[in-house]
Write a protein that binds this ligand. Structure first.
Ligand code: BMP
Length: 250
């Protein structure tokens, strides 16, 4: 059964998770559906990128464990300040994939203490419904389908993952390359205007594809922005392309 494509205003009415509400409000305020994936390996690069792209994004996506020099005071405090200054959320792309007890430890302990600073996290749902109970104080975006060539997230897997995502109160969205139900916000990585792949299995589509074909809510762009000569200009280009594609899809 075909569902109607919903606007951000309409999604605000049906997606009641606090983090979903914040993302949708920022999207409308900034006229942006762009999430920048800050896959850089030093705190300096991370903060410089956040400063440049901050005004144009709804969230900055981190892989905090790739930083060579992570330090709670030097990395997280200034990042939090930038998030407040430019009004964006911090999305840690940890892709938790273990039993609940282990995830609880990985979330709150260790070097990164993700629960202290992330507004939202990504998690696999492979370990089942209860594995997601530990993410009480953040929003969870479930990995439903992956962008890489040869991935194992076939239709059956995605259907089962979607059931868990829909039924769990901590989950408000999904990462996928296919449509998901309107009650969930859809996040689509694998977006690049210049390339169709990276020679390492990544597969790229355009913002138009994400918004028109997948009815996505947010695009996630990494190398297309942080590898560009001018990251700020590139963020602006993706922001405008994403917003135009969203409006055209309504
Ligand atoms: P890039 O635009 O440079 O290819 O980066 C994509 C980002 O999105 C990476 O951080 C990757 O971990 C993430 N990602 C992805 O590419 N495909 C998925 O299916 C899920 C992801 O989280």
């Amino acid at each position: 059964e075909e569902e109607k494509r919903l606007s951000y205003e309409e999604k605000l009415e049906i997606c009641d998770h606090t983090v979903a509400q914040k993302l949708l409000q920022i999207a409308l305020e900034k006229k942006s559906n762009l999430i920048v994936s800050a896959d850089v390996t030093t705190t300096k690069e991370l903060l410089e990128l956040a400063e440049k792209v901050g005004p144009h994004i709804v969230a900055l996506k981190t892989h905090i464990d790739i930083l060579l020099d992570f330090d709670a005071d030097q990395t997280i405090l200034p990042l939090k300040d930038l998030a407040q200054k430019y009004n964006f959320l911090i999305m840690e792309d940890r892709k938790f994939a273990d039993i609940g007890n282990t995830q609880e430890l990985q979330f709150a302990y260790g070097t990164y203490k993700i629960s202290n600073w992330a507004d939202l996290v990504t998690a696999q749902v492979i370990a089942g419904y209860e594995s997601l109970d530990c993410f009480r104080n953040v929003g969870v975006v479930a990995i439903i389908g992956m962008s890489s060539h040869g991935n194992l997230t076939d239709q059956n897997y995605r259907d089962e993952a979607t059931k868990i995502a829909l039924s769990h109160p901590n989950v408000f969205g999904g990462v996928s390359q296919n449509k998901i139900p309107n009650e969930l916000l859809l996040f689509t990585p694998g977006v690049n205007l210049a390339h169709t792949g990276d020679g390492k299995g990544q597969q790229y589509n355009t913002p138009e594809h994400a918004f028109t074909k997948l009815e996505s809510d947010f695009i996630i762009v990494g190398r297309g922005i942080y590898k560009a000569d001018d990251a700020e200009q590139s963020a602006l280009t993706y922001k405008i392309a994403g917003w135009n594609a969203y409006e055209a899809s309504l």
